[in-house]
Write a protein that binds this ligand. Sequence first.
Ligand code: ZN
Length: 479
Amino acid sequence: MAVEKQEYVKAIPPKENLSEWYTAVVLKAELADYAPVRGCMVIRPYGYAIWELMQQELDRRFKETGHKNAYFPLFIPESLLQKEAEHVAGFAPQVAWVTQGGQETLTERLAVRPTSEAIICTMYAKWIQSYRDLPVLLLQWNNVVRWERSTRLFLRTMEFLWHEGHTVHRTAEEADQEARLILRIYQEFIEGWLAIPVLVGKKTDSEKFAGADYTYTLEVLMPDGQALQAGTSHFLGQNFSKAFGIKFLDRDNQEKYPWQTSWAVTTRLIGALIMIHGDDRGLVLPPKVAPYQVVIVPIFYEDQQNVLEKARELAQRLAGRFRVHLDDRPEYTPGWKFNDWEMRGVPVRLEVGPRDVAKGQVVLVPRVGNGKVSVPEAEVEVQVGRMLDEVQAQLFKRAKAFLDSRIFPASTVEEVEEIMTVKKGFAKVLWCGKLVCEETLRDRTGASPRVIPLDESETGSCVVCGQPAGILVYYARAY
Ligand SMILES: [Zn+2]
């Protein structure tokens, strides 16, 4: 039985109601669902397929640059977590504890990992003795738990998936190079694959990772003008090596503490992807991470088996080069399918009907823009490839134009306030470096310092105190 296509479209609120729109898209596109545990989500196969594609590409890039995967335990004894004072203070409010195992009350509580520095550094202290053991370039793909008060599908959940890299180096320079290498890998991936432009730089001291010397970050701008931290790469200095007793004998026969980094991106990137690219019709996926890059919808009736056969033949041909899905369900109309796959964000739709078969052509429709074309069947691979590249490029261009249009220079606190409440976006300000000015700006505007850019610099006077200032900072309200 055919379902009226209008019904489906109406089920998604317009994107200007961003919050409702977002939840509706996540649920209706079957990316994720609420779990029967507060603050947790179930990632459904369509959403998980996006994560797998992201994971494969990042993993490929990590391995290409000499990193290896390992796996460490989910539980961290409390005494280990407490070894690095800033680290434990930073994470304490969010740690979930195991106090009982079976019938037995534990003598030492076990933290469900909020991040794994404590357990990994404990092992590094055992494994690293000599400069010959360095560098250590490990990461793990895993889950972590942080006891969040308010949660949102993908963007903030109590349990989430990520990778966490943990590297150890002989010198500070090598460790900083590593932290920057990872930053570059993240930027290339987020911009090139997810089609999301980022602002790249350092966090201020108050916003850095608990236990790090400094933190590199990638910030993205969401459609409501709020920033989302998309990834971080931390230079840990010798803080953890000293706290955990990781020491090595250097070439000069001196015992030294090595230098470390840690870094991560998480499933919240999927949340960014949905919000940034989606539209009133639903999800829009960049082709590079779309579980189906092409959906084939045959337009046929029962007596037109030749159309169905042609669709099957095309699916088989394209499957060698693209992720293809043939929607040959007879119980839905082509119009219903068009809407359904648009809502699910498939980048290219291929239509084939009786007239197309007769003419030896197919119709290609991109998910964004007005590029609907008829192309000769012989050229289908080339034309699909071209259209996917165009969709990928167009999504980045669109998101970049939005980001650029939402960066506003500000020279007074009032201007920053106006940017947060009216213009909505990043306020670009100069800062003297004093904590009191940072806190004043935060208190008065609700914005936090998101990033100190690496590739821009300016001098002038501080946005708060008016004293000479040489630090450029992007402020925004944040997710
Ligand atoms: Zn100041």
